[in-house]
Design a protein around this ligand. Structure first.
Ligand SMILES: CC(C)(COP(=O)(O)OP(=O)(O)OC[C@H]1O[C@@H](n2cnc3c(N)ncnc32)[C@H](O)[C@@H]1OP(=O)(O)O)[C@@H](O)C(=O)NCCC(=O)NCCS
Length: 187
């Protein structure tokens, strides 16, 4: 998949994750540790190190090469990484779907970054990856993320009990989907 970089706000570019991002990404996760804690799985300490991020990036880029994952980062003009958005578990055939996940740095919230990135990813998923559908899940109280999804045309599916292990517990989640096109899948 060839993915073109593009601006999602003044001075912020959405682009493919790269191996050289390990330092900037570990710094971003350290800076945003408390901000992200309530919304993410418990992370081992290695997650917050450059070596840990390099290992994770290598694994993500292998999955990208295999067509199973699309990992993108938000890069600020000063080289900081201020968010990520990922199409996880890309499945073809009769499902032709993926699960999207994203976060934005605490000091960059409210600039429209998540909405712009999600809209761009939906376009890439439809036009470049050829997906029929994208699914998203939020914790019941994550009104910010629910607003982002609604703005980008995601519709609620329902509530799934104990759906994700977040911040140390199995949590109920609200599920959403956006249908991208209705063409027949390649079977
Ligand atoms: C949720 C999150 C991704 C939003 O990112 P963002 O770049 O600030 O979102 P946007 O600027 O695109 O906001 C889009 C809309 O959501 C609204 N919004 C954002 N955060 C909100 C909040 N906490 N409460 C209510 N509305 C919120 C904005 O006001 C905006 O609405 P508007 O256009 O009608 O004014 C960000 O707060 C974040 O990373 N949170 C922690 C991690 C997380 O929750 N990830 C998603 C897991 S499902």
């Amino acid at each position: 998949m060839g993915i073109e970089s593009g601006d999602i706000a003044a001075g912020v570019t959405l682009r493919l994750l790269a191996r050289a991002d390990a330092g900037a990404l570990s710094a971003a996760y350290v800076d945003n540790r408390e901000h992200l804690r309530p919304w993410e799985p418990r992370r081992p300490e290695s997650f917050f190190t450059e070596a840990g991020q390099r290992e994770r990036i290598d694994s993500q880029l292998r999955s990208y090469s295999d067509g199973g994952l699309l990992p993108l980062v938000f890069e600020a003009a000063d080289g900081r990484i201020v968010g990520t958005i990922t199409l996880n578990a890309i499945v073809r055939g009769a499902f032709c779907s993926s699960f999207v996940g994203y976060w934005v740095a605490a000091d960059q919230q409210g600039r429209g970054l998540a909405s712009a990135a999600l809209e761009r990813v939906c376009r890439i998923a439809r036009d470049t990856v050829g997906l029929h559908r994208i699914e998203a899940s939020t914790l019941l109280g994550n009104t910010g993320s629910q607003r982002v999804l609604a703005k980008c045309g995601f519709e609620p599916i329902g509530t799934a009990p104990k759906y994700l292990h977040i911040d140390g517990e199995w949590r109920d989640c609200r599920l959403f989907q956006r249908i991208l096109h209705d063409h027949d899948p390649v079977l």
